[in-house]
Design a protein around this ligand. Structure first.
Ligand SMILES: C[S@@+](CC[C@H](N)C(=O)[O-])C[C@H]1O[C@@H](n2cnc3c(N)ncnc32)[C@H](O)[C@@H]1O
Length: 259
């Protein structure tokens, strides 16, 4: 069953991590966030909204269609004056025209049907001021190809459940199609970059196992039953052996376009 972002069971699913240095480094290269108004659309628990705020943004608007995710984002950014929480759909946010300098969308577009993606891009275009920058971060099929290893935990999933590759194939964005889509709605200087981003460091295997069992931060695990996840955990435990130093990393594609 697909993830229900609004279920209280998925509370804190996109919380409890911090943006990593390699992410900050790439974003600083792409845009100067100082004194900028930034909308983080599909913000989840606001991990990256907080990161933009730390980088000196004048105002960060956290947008998500799920009240549950927005409640997590509010908890994560509590007490910060320049954060605004706003419920809205990425296809039609309700934010004013030309009100933002940067639109950021991480791990959002694989949750948006292929036929609606250009509407999502056009909405970002509408929200940006002239010269504003759209930054999209998501994983393509190429990004998820690596086999399972202590660094690429997600790869074990396809070792055990190869049919999930088809599921991914249907929702993962294609690098060139996104470039074409961005250009078709008016974005200029469209480019794509690769990013290897540390996801998290697990203190021990049981920490990883309990996150997997809770399906934390991995919507694909909502396609498996508890029993199937338990079997996957056993497979990962066997494959990792005595390797206790689990530093999970993921490949991403980052697209930018300028209005
Ligand atoms: C995989 S989570 C990513 C959360 C956050 N961006 C991150 O990287 O940690 C995807 C988020 O997008 C939100 N979302 C999915 N479809 C959406 C839509 N059409 N409009 C707004 N938010 C959406 C979900 O509620 C969820 O919070």
């Amino acid at each position: 069953m697909p993830i229900n972002f609004n279920s209280p069971e998925n509370r804190h699913s996109y919380l409890g991590r911090e943006a990593q240095q390699e992410w900050f480094d790439l974003m600083q290269k792409l845009v100067d966030p100082c004194d900028k108004e930034i909308a983080d659309i599909g913000c989840g628990g606001g991990i990256y909204s907080l990161a933009w705020q730390k980088m000196g943004a004048k105002k960060v608007t956290c947008v998500d269609f799920s009240p549950q995710m927005l409640s997590d984002a509010a908890e994560n950014t509590q007490g910060l004056p320049n954060i605004v929480i706003k419920q809205g759909d990425a296809l039609c946010t309700g934010l004013p025209d030309s009100s933002q300098d940067v639109i950021f969308e991480r791990a959002l577009i694989h949750h948006i049907n292929q036929e609606n993606r250009n509407t999502c891009f056009a909405e970002a275009y509408r929200l940006l001021r002239s010269g504003g920058v759209y930054i999209l971060q998501d994983r393509t099929m190429q990004d998820i190809q690596l086999p399972g290893s202590p660094e690429h935990i997600r790869g074990y999933l396809f070792d055990v459940y190869p049919h999930l590759r088809n599921f991914e194939n249907q929702r993962r964005p294609d690098k060139v199609e996104v470039i074409d889509g961005l250009q078709s709605v008016g974005f200029k200087q469209v480019k794509a970059f690769s990013l290897l981003e540390k996801y998290t460091v697990y203190k021990n295997f049981s920490q990883l196992a309990s996150e997997l069992l809770a399906r934390k931060g991995r919507s694909i695990l909502h396609e498996l039953s508890d029993e199937e996840i338990a079997y996957l955990i056993k497979h990962i435990e066997k494959s990792l052996g005595n390797d206790t130093d689990i530093v999970e990393e993921d490949f991403w594609t980052v697209w930018i376009g300028v209005k």
